[in-house]
Design a binder for this molecule. Structure first.
Ligand code: C5P
Length: 412
């Protein structure tokens, strides 16, 4: 029989506090005991009465309210974790510095259980060097960060800092309690499964970023790809429980937590890595901007400059996506196409040529380096538009489509 599980749900002052009520409800539905502790600021956003009614327990707010004044010590002793959702910038700063000036921060400092933190704040507050320093320190101290997400914010701005949705947080917390690092193989009940597409137990192989083809010791040919879209696809796949292997060219991004990352430089290295990994993959998504050509003869020394013209012979690189799609038992293959003109015609032709069931097309000038994008999806049923959105939201929408087609294909 499963042991009973118990968490302390800490709510701090921010508009996302309203999502904490739904999070409490979802966790309770999974048979987890939820004890709510709120900061005074949080009570301005959501009433303790709401949380008390949902959890059927008195809400802890005031550290002076209990006669012995020991809630801050005993409060976490029987808990499997403290989950702070939402965690305001101010509360994160307190946690990072070990401050303890109210019941919730004192509980956190006196805890003997893991701490999970779901940040929620304005994008500038999140991007601020002080917040980033605090978050890094918290993570180095062993706290687990859940999110944040990006998208529209209550203040009207758009960007990174939004708290994850309650269903996503519930899934993360459950995965954590089950001892998994990613949103993995946990015994979720159907109400969570219906909120999100489900890829538990499914292995996804993703290529991302540019490749770099050396000319000599210091020079090379590459593509202007930031890797943001591929990393967003990896993040979105992890969120819905997939096991993700990310074969990545050189990018300046932190890989999503839970992904198995294989770093490569050139197209040939990417090809070798994909060949090694592909047998285990159920789905392959080629997001990488692979250089079409490499230099036939690379020089190990720096080529000396002279007044004479220099001719480089370029040879074609292997087409990784076409190779995977042509395997005898290929995974479900998804390609990307960045076109600078005639998007529809080029993309539809590319889907046929590479023989992939789904191709996501975008305008190169729209996509490269930007945080948002829009996609046109081409599959056997025709064309589907995913409207302009932040790349993570777009990746989530893309994965919904992928999951539908993948599951349909399996039923045949
Ligand atoms: O032919 P093109 O480069 O436009 O095709 C883009 C799609 O094919 C992307 O999914 C990309 O990751 C993949 N590709 C590849 N290997 C190559 C070239 C492209 O996997 N050599």
């Amino acid at each position: 029989m499963k042991q009973s599980r118990r968490i302390v749900l800490g709510i701090t002052g921010g508009i996302a506090a309203y999502k904490a009520a739904e999070l409490a409800r979802l966790l309770l539905k999974q048979g987890i005991e939820v004890q709510v502790a709120m900061t005074e600021a949080a009570t301005h956003f959501i009433t303790p009465a709401t949380l008390q009614a949902l959890t059927a327990r008195p809400v802890w707010i005031d550290q002076w309210q209990d006669a012995q004044g020991m809630t801050h010590i005993h409060g976490s002793r029987s808990a499997d974790a403290i989950v702070i959702a939402p965690a305001s910038a101010d509360f994160i700063a307190k946690l990072a510095n070990g401050q303890a000036d109210d019941l919730l921060s004192t509980l956190c400092l006196a805890r003997d259980c893991p701490l999970l933190v779901a940040p929620a704040m304005n994008r500038q507050m999140w991007a601020n060097a002080a917040t980033q320093r605090n978050v890094q320190r918290l993570a180095a101290d062993g706290a687990t960060l859940l999110g944040p997400d990006s998208g529209p914010q209550a203040c009207g701005e758009e960007g990174l800092g939004r708290m994850l949705e309650a269903a996503e947080l519930a899934r993360d917390v459950l995965a954590f309690l089950e001892g998994k690092t990613a949103r993995g193989d946990v015994g979720l009940k159907s109400d969570l499964q219906s909120d999100l597409p489900d890829l538990r137990g499914v292995k996804i192989l993703i290529t991302a970023g540019p490749t770099y083809e050396a000319i000599d010791a210091v020079r090379g040919i590459t593509n202007r790809s930031s890797g943001k879209m591929g990393y967003a696809v990896a993040q979105a796949a992890l969120e819905i429980g997939a096991e993700v292997t990310l074969v990545s060219g050189s990018v300046a991004l932190t890989p999503p937590r839970g992904a198995q990352v294989v770093n490569v430089v050139s197209a040939v290295e990417m090809f070798e890595a994909v060949k090694r990994e592909v047998a285990r993959a159920d789905i392959f998504i080629g997001v990488a901007a692979v250089a079409d050509y490499r230099v036939a003869q690379t020089s190990t020394q720096k080529i000396k400059k002279s007044d004479a013209a220099l001719t480089l012979q370029l040879v074609p690189n292997p087409d990784i996506l076409a190779y995977v799609a042509a395997l005898p038992r290929p995974p479900f293959c998804v390609g990307f196409a960045a076109e600078s003109e005639k998007l529809r015609a080029h993309a539809a032709a590319k889907r046929k040529k590479k023989n992939v069931p789904l191709l996501a097309a975008n305008l190169a000038q729209d996509a490269i380096g930007n945080d948002d994008n829009e996609l046109l999806l081409f599959d056997a049923a025709g064309e589907h538009r995913l409207p302009r959105a932040d790349k993570l939201d777009l990746a989530r929408a893309l994965l919904r489509h992928v999951v539908t087609l993948y599951q349909k294909g399996k039923k045949k």
